[in-house]
Ligand binder design. Structure first.
Ligand code: GAR
Length: 195
């Protein structure tokens, strides 16, 4: 079995990235985490990945001003140099252009802390609580040009509990994220191997 080479794109602490790294240690996992790429210099996840012996790279979006495609071309060059097959967005907080999304059509997935199509965008936990939602959750989906759109791969709900704060709800949703993201990557990497 040839394992798919995966790049995880992060902007922060990278707890979902760490969950993917852990899962990929299983001998029968169909993907290896070959690269962790951050748009934020010094993002916490970079040190975690480096400590695991994984190649890391930083492409600082600020160096490209408003030229989103120039930023993405720089990322694309790193991804191609590392012969990446699949891209996982894991708390990567940049909107991607149709150009970049098109390069990775069917091979780029994202995790979002909500039951999409509900609560696209930011502050999902606080918004769900403010609406009196009785359940919330997480979704892994293919990336398309529309933000937090694209076909769902896996989704799991968590109940909203009495007294929940955005923080307590986020903690429980994160546990789900750490479980379903590795499962979704396993599915995609397997399917892609069979193509
Ligand atoms: C996660 O909760 C992820 O679902 C969310 O950012 C957090 C990153 O945490 N992503 C989005 O909101 C994307 N729209 P992590 O760096 O610990 O994985």
């Amino acid at each position: 079995m040839s394992r798919k080479r995966v790049a995880v794109l992060i902007s922060g602490r990278g707890s979902n990235m760490a969950a993917l790294i852990e899962a990929a240690k299983a001998v029968d996992y169909p993907a290896e985490i070959a690269l962790v790429l951050s748009n934020v210099p010094g993002a916490g996840g970079l040190a975690v990945a480096a400590a695991e012996g994984i190649a890391t790279a930083t492409v600082d979006h600020r160096a490209y001003g408003r030229d989103r495609e120039a930023f993405e071309r720089a990322m694309q060059a790193v991804l191609e140099a590392q012969r990446i097959d699949i891209v996982c967005l894991a708390g990567f907080m940049r909107i991607l252009t149709p150009w970049f999304v098109g390069r990775w059509e069917g091979r780029m997935i994202n995790i979002h802390p909500a039951l999409l199509p509900a609560y696209k965008g930011l502050d999902t936990h606080a918004r769900a609580l403010a609406d009196g939602a009785t359940e919330h959750g997480a979704t892994v989906h293919f990336v398309t040009p529309g933000m937090d759109e694209g076909e769902t791969i896996l989704q799991e709900a968590v109940p909203v509990l009495p007294g929940d704060t955005a923080e307590s709800l986020a903690r429980r949703v994160l546990e789900v994220e750490h479980r379903i993201y590795p499962q979704a990557l396993r599915m995609i990497a397997t399917e892609y191997t069979l193509l």
